[in-house]
Design a protein around this ligand. Structure first.
Ligand code: CAA
Length: 380
């Protein structure tokens, strides 16, 4: 078993770390407070290749492996999880889905601009009554021969207002249940497509989350990805990789909070000494670091599985389940170690604690991960 990273992987990790510290850290508190999208920073991330990391150079991407991607995701998420969710959705759901299942024309048309961050993509599955129960899509895509007519509402869509292309999952033939679902590429500006109000969120407040409304939107047949009825499988396969991205986001939030708590404990004095000299604090740091290392191993194992053509449904779901719990637990402890300072914005840990919660909800709640894991364990 080889636990060493390649030179290239380390270079990517260090580049992401430098970018996060130099470009994302300034202004992160204000963006969180004002729910301001990090537009300029995302543009730069695109130029540096962080938005199409795994896309083949043939389509303008960086052609890197999943291990490099999760290393970069961890570094970006330590500082700004609002930026890293944009990175995760664009890479794992939109670019990966298009590259693996799109037609040559679709790839040529959309991937180069997506991979360079010139445009952003959104993945539109969740609905008011179909977040976890993804087969119960109420959005319909009625087959009219050369085109579909799309009607319905999607909720909690990351990049909802800022994206230019939207992968929309919709029911074409309800009688066929999940075999009657399709995924269509919808472009911003198509007649009948409206962007709903921006959500007011607990965490990842710099990211742009909206509901979307489709009123008789005419979508050409050539915008369907895959065969008729492939939409649900598309969503499941894409989300399986997406969960590795969110697991690495959770890992980054946890390790960012740990690093802040460790540094603080070495300068803050109480009862005549730095607080790290009290076992009450030192033992917390020991627990946090142990859990983070375990989560890191799980995230890297899932990424390695994906890179080596192995099944990653199980390892990805386990990594997300565990890393998101670690993110929640360690950020709460980081706030505790900071005491009163942990409760105010300038110390960053309260934001990380709020940001951590979403990692237990999106791309499948923790309960959904347990469904995926237990089904995988019990099959055959
Ligand atoms: N790969 C390939 N196919 C898969 C699959 C996978 N990983 N998982 C399921 N399938 C297939 C099954 O084989 C089955 O196909 P067949 O009938 O042909 O055999 C079909 O999909 C249906 O599978 P299930 O019977 O298991 O479906 P289910 O209704 O019981 O649901 C579920 C399974 C895992 C709970 C699924 O509904 C699910 O993942 N729900 C959560 C959805 C989710 O993650 N939502 C988050 C929204 S996206 C988001 O958050 C993005 C963002 O903005 C950050």
């Amino acid at each position: 078993m080889d636990f060493t990273f390649t030179e290239e992987q380390l270079m990517i990790r260090d580049a992401a770390r430098d970018f996060a510290r130099n470009e994302l850290l300034p202004g992160v508190i204000e963006r969180d407070e004002k729910q301001k999208f990090p537009a300029e920073q995302i543009r730069k991330m695109g130029e540096l290749g962080f938005l199409g990391m795994m896309v083949s150079p043939d389509y303008g991407g960086s052609g890197l492996d999943t291990v490099s991607y999760v290393l970069a995701m961890e570094e970006i998420s330590k500082i700004d999880a609002s930026a890293s969710v944009v990175m995760s959705v664009n890479n794992s759901l939109v670019c990966w889905g298009l590259e693996h299942y799109g037609t040559e024309e679709q790839k040529q048309k959309y991937l180069p601009r997506l991979a360079k961050g010139e445009i952003l993509g959104a993945f539109c599955l969740s609905e008011p009554e179909a977040g976890s129960d993804a087969t119960s899509q109420k959005t319909t895509a009625i087959d009219k021969g050369d085109y579909y007519i799309l009607n319905g509402t999607k909720n909690w869509i990351t990049n909802g207002g800022t994206a230019s292309i939207y992968l929309v999952i919709a029911q074409t033939d309800a009688g066929k249940k999940h075999h009657g679902i399709n995924v269509l590429i919808v472009e911003k500006g198509m007649e009948g497509f409206e962007i709903g109000p921006k959500e007011q969120k607990l965490g990842i407040r710099g990211s742009d989350t909206h509901s979307l409304i489709f009123n008789d939107v005419k979508v050409p047949k050539e915008n369907r990805i895959g065969e008729d009825g492939f939409g649900f499988k598309f969503a499941m396969k894409t989300l399986a990789g997406g969960r590795i991205g969110i697991a690495s986001q959770a890992l980054g939030i946890a390790s960012g909070a740990y690093e802040l708590a460790r540094a603080y404990s070495k300068v803050r004095k109480a009862f005549g000494t730095e607080i790290c000299n009290h076992q009450a604090i030192a033992f917390k740091l020991a627990d946090m670091y142990t859990q983070i290392e375990a989560a890191r191993h799980m995230v890297l194992k899932a990424a390695w599985d994906k890179d080596n053509g192995k099944d990653y449904d199980l390892s990805g779901a386990m990594a997300k389940l565990y890393a998101s719990q670690v993110a929640m637990d360690t950020t709460i402890e980081a706030v505790q170690i900071h005491g009163g300072n942990g409760y105010v914005k300038e110390y960053h840990v309260e934001r990380l604690m709020r940001d951590a919660k979403i990692t237990q909800i999106y791309e499948g709640t923790s309960e959904i991960q347990k469904i995926v894991i237990s089904r995988s364990l019990l099959k055959d």
